[in-house]
Design a binder for this molecule. Structure first.
Ligand code: NAG
Length: 152
C-alpha cells in the first residue's frame, strides 16, 4: 500500500496521472494496458447514481477485429447481471483509431456508463470486457472494476 501511494505520487508528479492497479478477470483474459476511471484513484471507485461514469481502457488487438461489443456484468449479491450500455458498439467508442483493428494495433476505448438508480447503494463488482467479431466470450480485453454506489 505504501509502495502504491509512493508510486502514485511519483507518477502524479511526473506524469500528472496515477494509474489504477488493474484487476484481471477470472479466466485470465488479457487485461488492459492502461485503465483510467475518471475521478477515481483507488478502488472501490465511488460513483453517484444519476451521473455518468467515464473510463478509458487501452488495449492491444490480439487478432484482426472487425466488430467489438462492449459488455459489463455487474455482480450483485453473487449474481452476474448484464448491465445495459447506451453504446454497446465499442468500435464507435474508440478514441484513437477505428475498426477494423490490425493485429497488435493499440487502441483506446472510452466507456460512458450511466449509473442507473437500479443499483443498490452497495459495493458492486463489474466485469468490463470487449467481445470481438461477434464470437461469444471472445474477450479481447477484460478487467474487474470495484465500485461503490452512492446517492447524490
Ligand atoms: C492510451 O491510449 C491513448 C490513445 O492512443 C494514448 O494517447 C495514451 O498515451 C495511452 N496511455 C497509456 C498509458 O498507454
Amino acid at each position: 500500500m505504501i509502495k502504491y501511494i509512493f508510486l502514485c505520487i511519483t507518477f502524479f508528479v511526473s506524469n500528472s496521472y496515477c494509474q489504477l492497479p488493474i484487476k484481471q478477470c477470472a479466466n485470465g483474459e488479457n487485461k488492459p494496458t492502461y485503465l483510467d476511471v475518471v475521478n477515481c484513484k483507488e478502488m472501490p471507485c465511488t460513483v453517484v447514481t444519476g451521473t455518468t461514469a467515464v473510463m478509458y481502457m487501452n488495449f492491444t488487438a490480439p487478432e484482426l477485429i472487425d466488430t467489438l461489443q462492449a459488455k459489463i456484468l455487474a455482480n450483485v449479491g453473487g449474481l452476474n447481471v448484464p448491465y445495459p450500455l447506451p453504446q454497446p458498439d465499442a468500435c464507435k467508442a474508440l478514441s484513437n483509431t477505428h475498426c477494423p483493428l490490425e493485429v497488435n494495433e493499440p487502441a483506446q476505448y472510452k466507456l460512458e456508463m450511466p449509473i442507473l438508480s437500479i443499483f443498490p447503494e452497495i459495493g458492486v463488482t463489474l466485469s468490463l470486457y470487449l467481445e470481438a467479431n461477434g464470437v461469444k466470450d471472445n474477450k479481447v480485453v477484460c478487467c474487474i472494476i470495484d465500485i461503490q454506489v452512492v446517492k447524490p
